[in-house]
Ligand binder design. Structure first.
Ligand SMILES: NC(=O)c1ccc[n+]([C@@H]2O[C@H](COP(=O)([O-])OP(=O)(O)OC[C@H]3O[C@@H](n4cnc5c(N)ncnc54)[C@H](OP(=O)(O)O)[C@@H]3O)[C@@H](O)[C@H]2O)c1
Length: 262
């Protein structure tokens, strides 16, 4: 009925994708799926060995590039980006999945812990976007995808700084869209619910609507193919949270307290 919000990506066999945060979890499964679909994928994260194992046979076949880095290190990100663009001539999609999580309640808050989490979840992402935008603008083609979280929709207990980092990423990505869409670039916001990964293995509470990381990868690929701006899943959970966000605070706080018991 409506036109997609993003320009179409090339068909997967013609697509060149850089995934930052591809060593485990959602990023690793998305890299594997895109490689299976025939895309060329450059994989980054800190653990070189895990990246090579995710890339598998595609590495020897020349369809995968492994670029280990810490994405909070701007010079490492610049250097990797330069090498990937030199190898492929251009990149069609930069998907930034990397992030971390630490439960925090108000009485556990310290400036040091908050800054460490924001350094990864916010500044790492923003720095990577800053590194790639000039090239994408110059080539007048390409897209950026950012993995935030449904935890950024509204305040949730135990997510004191994590939720704030993801809320900031949602706003950042919306504004990127407003700036870059008119210049021909795609911008995607990915908001997963609970996904079974090393990141959530530490959670000590029952996670509603928990899905596996390969299902998350399928949702991401399908959303990219549809040209959606926001790719959120699983819908049964993300839609509930979207509705909750519309409630007056009195009802929102009561509903969150009732459902989390916190
Ligand atoms: N799992 C969920 O339920 C869920 C829900 C909503 C949103 N998310 C978001 O989805 C993203 C992926 O999470 P996940 O659950 O798949 O977790 P994960 O398995 O822990 O994956 C995190 C990825 O980020 C990389 N990474 C972390 N810090 C990095 C750094 N400084 N430099 C480069 N790479 C770094 C990790 O690789 P190295 O350690 O090798 O560097 C890994 O590849 C995160 O942004 C997370 O907030 C997850």
């Amino acid at each position: 009925m409506f036109a997609p919000l993003n320009p179409p990506l090339p068909a997967w066999p013609d697509a060149r994708v850089w995934i930052v945060g591809a060593s485990t979890g959602i990023g690793a499964e998305t890299a594997k799926l895109m490689l299976t679909l025939g895309a060329r994928v450059a994989l980054s994260a800190r653990s070189a060995e895990k990246l090579s194992s995710v890339a598998g046979d595609a590495l020897a076949a020349g369809r995968a590039i492994v670029e280990p880095l810490d994405f909070t290190d701007a010079s490492a990100v610049d250097a990797a980006w330069t090498r990937i663009v030199a190898a492929w001539g251009s990149v069609d999609l930069v998907l930034i999945v990397a992030g971390t999580h630490e439960e925090m309640r108000a009485w556990e808050l310290t400036g040091t812990k908050a800054r460490a989490l924001l350094e990864t979840n916010l500044h790492g992402v923003i720095g990577t976007v800053a590194a790639v935008v000039p090239t994408l603008l110059a080539q007048k083609q390409g897209a950026i995808g950012i993995v935030a979280s449904v935890a950024g929709y509204g305040g949730l207990p135990k997510a004191l700084i994590y939720g704030a980092s993801k809320a900031a990423l949602i706003n950042f990505t919306e504004t990127l869209y407003l700036d870059l869409h008119g210049r021909g670039l795609g911008v995607y916001l990915v908001n997963p619910g609970f996904v079974r990964t090393p990141l959530t293995a530490r959670n000590d509470f029952p996670m509603p609507y928990l899905i596996d990381a390969d299902r998350a990868a399928q949702e991401i690929v399908a959303g990219l193919e549809r040209g959606e701006f926001e790719i959120h899943f699983p819908k049964a959970f993300s839609r509930k949270l979207k509705l909750l966000r519309l409630l007056p605070y009195r009802w929102y706080f009561a509903a969150i307290r009732r459902s989390t018991g916190l």
